[in-house]
Design a protein around this ligand. Structure first.
Ligand SMILES: [Zn+2]
Length: 363
């Protein structure tokens, strides 16, 4: 089968064709130059790397009711915010079912990987990995140790199972905790991330020390703060819908102009379905509502390219023969492909070129 139209990947948008055999890319080139001389089925569309949902708390999917009114802190702050009370009250079975539902939803959306900040210590990480078993979505899980001060044994056990640690923020975790966690992650080749400047501005010194691999939100960061983050070469995952719910917005335009590696995530599953396409369209529209537009190309990269770089798998972000993760075909007009993909993609426009097999967990 040949998809003719456009390609949008790590090399940017361009016209072209992609030839598939048995669900694999075997040929990519300029329009009209394919080697089949019209003998294969052709469709029109846009070929893109599979998207990544780069920040979630999928365990929250145990509650899908409208959250009670109040500031974000009363809802999601550990250890006794609304969501932590819900998590504590839910049975492991209920959490597993909620997680499976979230994985199914992402799989239908064509999402190939998710980076989740999982609360509830080692048990939380294990529950997440169990729920992800058999899914086509690769589960990257950043766990969180429960005890304070941090107990070395607990941290070691957590890191044996998880891909890293995702902390709440420098407002809630002191420098001793952050240093110990960051060092342990580094020593074991794992990732360390934390939320920063979400509800109010924090000085970059606090969240950049020790050096994180990933910052979440920066909704209240100033332009100077963002410059400091850029200079520190830290990737930032933004969640515009989650921020908007509490009247905030990350300055995506400045992030784009400064060249910060930006990733996009759907955040708490109790507030928003983990649909990366809805997040993408909202991000585009919201920057215009604020009259600080970010480009469609920049937003597309936050879903299709930057996360793969962050995961150390840039080959998954280039549509080419032998690419590591099969791409998606989106049945949209190929004109202006970044704009099409960002503002118009829905699940039913995704054409599966091959049934995807469950991801192998190599650990
Ligand atoms: Zn978060």
């Amino acid at each position: 089968m040949i998809v003719e139209g456009a390609i949008l990947d790590i090399d940017g948008p361009r016209a072209g064709y992609v030839r598939f055999r048995d669900g694999r890319v075997i040929e990519v080139g300029k329009l009209g130059t394919d080697s089949t001389r019209g003998r294969e089925r052709r469709i029109r569309g846009i070929v893109i790397p599979s998207p990544v949902n780069s920040h979630t708390h999928l365990g929250d999917a145990i509650s899908v009711r409208e959250p009670p009114p109040g500031p974000v802190s009363s809802l999601v702050r550990p250890p006794d915010g609304y969501k932590f009370r819900l998590l504590a009250a839910a049975s492991p079975g209920a959490k597993r079912r909620a997680l499976r539902g979230a994985f199914e939803r992402m799989s239908h959306d064509g999402v190939a990987a998710v980076i989740d900040f999982r609360e509830e210590g080692l048990d939380g990480v294990r529950l997440f990995q169990e729920a992800a078993r058999g899914s086509t979505v690769r589960a990257v899980v950043m766990g969180r140790p429960l005890q304070r001060p941090v107990v070395r044994r607990e941290l070691d056990a957590l890191l044996s199972a998880a891909d890293g640690v995702g902390l709440s923020s420098a407002l809630e975790e002191n420098i001793e905790t952050r240093t110990l966690v960051a060092r342990a992650c580094r020593a074991r080749g794992k990732r360390y991330g934390l939320h920063a400047s979400e509800a109010r501005r924090e000085p970059p010194d606090s969240y950049l020390h020790p050096h994180p691999d990933l910052l979440i939100h920066l909704a209240k960061a100033t332009r100077d703060d963002l410059e400091t983050v850029r200079d520190a070469k830290v990737a930032v995952a933004v969640c515009p819908r989650s921020n908007a719910l509490f009247g905030r917005q990350p300055d995506l335009r400045s992030m784009e102009r400064l060249g910060i590696p930006v990733l996009l995530g759907t955040d708490n599953a109790m507030f928003h379905a983990p649909s990366i396409w809805r997040e993408l369209e909202f991000a585009y529209v919201a920057t215009r509502l604020r009259q600080r537009p970010a480009s469609a190309e920049f937003l597309a990269r936050a879903v299709l390219v930057e996360p793969w770089r962050w995961l150390g798998d840039p080959r998954a972000a280039r549509v080419a023969a032998g690419m590591t993760v099969p791409p998606l075909v989106v049945r949209l007009p190929p004109d202006d492909p970044a704009y099409q993909v960002v503002t118009r993609t829905t699940e039913h426009l995704i054409l599966r070129v091959a049934p995807r097999s469950p991801v192998r967990v190599h650990r």
